[in-house]
Design a protein around this ligand. Structure first.
Ligand code: HEC
Ligand code: HEC
Ligand code: HEC
Ligand code: HEC
Ligand code: HEC
Ligand code: HEC
Ligand code: HEC
Length: 388
């Protein structure tokens, strides 16, 4: 197996070896989506000037902007100077063998310093970006001699401390450079920024200086200047055509849309492989469940359960109505027991009733499962009968 199967905390990668049967209607590789005409998230061919920024959207969509800013996606990457975690932990340190690594934050500046035993001069570098709001953790990115580096250490929320970045070698670094971080090839750097920020890759080139931190309006809807110009002129019909509205996508395309960053079913099968790490790739897990694979259905796309403009809902009961759009309940099965067909799943409600419970469905059927990465948990989107 290639070493890359767990590169970075979010496992982007290389090896292609997995086989499995495709869902009924075909998920596609994101690499093919972004080659096709029209907008798709992570596509980087637009000009920088065609992006207008969230403040411009706020003039007409104020409530969406206000609520989206509270979503973790809006803070998926921020300049290190704005990273709450670094401010709260202004002196972090970690030791590997004779190397000592420190991240010290003072006056909105975070500096990574690595020292080795003996009298070698220490290596110091200012961190530029903090990737990840910190559900699992936060990884740092810095630039040196024209290349971008991923920090060797990540801040993990479970331990509230530094540890080795997933995907990087847990072994002894060979020198100070290696103890500080991993140089990322340009294509990987572009991908990192394309998934975690907005308008950073334009004209197919990374321009991190002009990146809008986090996944904001135009990361999903595409550059907005022509939409805004038309709306300012009161050309509503034309204006609506000039921005992508993902609600018009069919169910498979809709899941692939979120999968541009969360990885599509096909991305996982082709590029990542089917190790246990695929737990975090919701599109792959969801599309494997019986609920989906019997027939792709708009009632079970990502946006059926998640409003991308609102922070993630943590109350399990809030998801019940989604399940019950398709599953009959014990109560309705009993009430109609003398009618011949309606106690069975039907065309409106193709799903059977649960013999165990009538509420909090996700707690048993979409449990939070501990991943191999530092005691973090992910919600298993492969809806299934609980294991006994
Ligand atoms: C000058 C006002 C104005 C600005 C600025 C503006 N919009 Fe709109 N937008 C509208 C109006 C009006 C509609 C149509 C009515 C509606 O859906 O609210 C619309 C509709 C939309 C739609 C749905 C299109 C459809 O197919 O129905 C999306 C998506 C959208 N806007 C996104 C954005 C984004 C992203 C930005 C910032 C880049 C933005 N808008 C900036 C006025 C504006
Ligand atoms: C441009 C890339 C991108 C696209 C497109 C995208 N996401 Fe995300 N999403 C992210 C990143 C990056 C994170 C991780 C944020 C973090 O924790 O730092 C994330 C996190 C999330 C979370 C977890 C929020 C939390 O509080 O932990 C949900 C839910 C989510 N996305 C849903 C969606 C849905 C639904 C769609 C499709 C409508 C979508 N995403 C499309 C990049 C994207
Ligand atoms: C293909 C899109 C994509 C690429 C490329 C990507 N990420 Fe992510 N990343 C995500 C999504 C989506 C999530 C949230 C879901 C998850 O945790 O798997 C995430 C989660 C994370 C998290 C955890 C966030 C948290 O709140 O705990 C970190 C840290 C992170 N990414 C760092 C990076 C770094 C550093 C790179 C580049 C080396 C990178 N990512 C490349 C999409 C991407
Ligand atoms: C993670 C991807 C994502 C981000 C970020 C995002 N949207 Fe959306 N947006 C969607 C999807 C998917 C839909 C269609 C489903 C829906 O209506 O929620 C949509 C629908 C819309 C619509 C039309 C539907 C309606 O309710 O009128 C507007 C307007 C809109 N978004 C504006 C915005 C603005 C403004 C922002 C930035 C604050 C934004 N979106 C950020 C994915 C996103
Ligand atoms: C789009 C419709 C739809 C939605 C939404 C849906 N399901 Fe299903 N589900 C089905 C169908 C169809 C089946 C296969 C027939 C059956 O077993 O009832 C199924 C099967 C199941 C199974 C049996 C799985 C197995 O492997 O044997 C469970 C458990 C289940 N669903 C729970 C849920 C829960 C919990 C939710 C909400 C989180 C949900 N479903 C949402 C349609 C749906
Ligand atoms: C049937 C409802 C349902 C659907 C459909 C669904 N999710 Fe979720 N998702 C949940 C629930 C429930 C949680 C856990 C919320 C909590 O308690 O924090 C969750 C959590 C998440 C998280 C946060 C990290 C984690 O693993 O807990 C991400 C990211 C996410 N979903 C992405 C997606 C994406 C992308 C899709 C589309 C492939 C999707 N979800 C479809 C119900 C759903
Ligand atoms: C306390 C845990 C729990 C909760 C909450 C729960 N279930 Fe179940 N469910 C189970 C177990 C356990 C089984 C397997 C029973 C068996 O195999 O005999 C099951 C089975 C099912 C099945 C398969 C039925 C069949 O005939 O194959 C479906 C569908 C289902 N549940 C849907 C739901 C829905 C929808 C909800 C919310 C309204 C829900 N469940 C809430 C534990 C739960």
């Amino acid at each position: 197996m290639h070493r890359a199967s767990a590169l970075a905390i979010c496992a982007l990668t290389a090896a292609s070896f997995a086989q499995s049967s495709a869902p009924e209607s075909m998920s596609m590789l994101t690499a093919s989506r972004v080659q096709s005409p029209g907008w798709w998230p992570t596509k980087g061919d637009a000009a920088r000037g065609s992006y207008v920024g969230t403040a411009a959207c706020a003039k007409c969509h104020a409530s969406k902007v206000a609520s989206q800013q509270k979503h973790a996606m809006a803070r998926a990457a921020v300049p290190a100077a704005d990273a709450e975690i670094l401010r709260q932990h202004d002196h972090l340190s970690f030791r590997i063998g004779s190397y000592r690594e420190e991240i010290v934050t003072k006056a909105a500046k975070s500096v990574l310093t690595v020292t080795a035993g003996g009298n070698a001069a220490p290596l110091s570098t200012e961190l530029q970006w903090a990737f990840g709001v910190g559900h699992l953790g936060q990884t740092y990115v810095y630039e040196k001699n024209g290349s971008y580096y991923e920090s060797h250490l990540t801040f993990f929320s479970s331990s509230q401390d530094l540890n080795i970045t997933p995907g990087q070698s847990p072994g002894m670094p060979r020198n100070l450079e290696e103890a500080a971080g991993r140089r990322m090839p340009p294509a990987e750097t572009r991908a990192c920024f394309a998934c975690h920020t907005t308008a950073s890759v334009t004209n197919n080139q990374l321009d991190a200086k002009d990146a809008v931190p986090g996944v904001t309006c135009e990361a999903c809807h595409g550059p907005g200047s022509s939409h805004v110009a038309a709306m300012n002129l009161g050309q509503h019909e034309e204006g609506a055509q000039l921005i992508m509205n993902p609600s018009r996508l069919n169910p498979v395309d809709s899941v692939d849309f979120c999968g541009a960053c969360h990885r599509t079913w096909e991305d996982v099968v082709t590029n990542i492989g089917l190790s246990s790490l695929n737990l975090r790739f919701a599109p792959y897990r969801l599309e494997n469940s019986k609920c989906w694979s019997s027939k792709p259905d708009a009632r079970l796309t990502c946006i059926a359960c998640h409003d991308p403009h609102q922070p993630l809902e943590h109350d399990a009961a809030a998801y019940d109505s989604r399940c019950l759009q398709c599953h009959i309940t014990q109560a309705s099965a009993k009430a109609t027991a003398d009618h011949r067909d309606s106690d069975h799943p039907n065309s409106d409600h193709p799903g059977a009733a649960c013999p165990v419970s009538t509420k909090n469905c996700t707690t048993c059927h979409m449990p939070k499962v501990e991943s191999s990465i530092q005691h973090s948990t992910f919600t298993d989107h492969w809806i299934s009968k609980p294991m006994k």
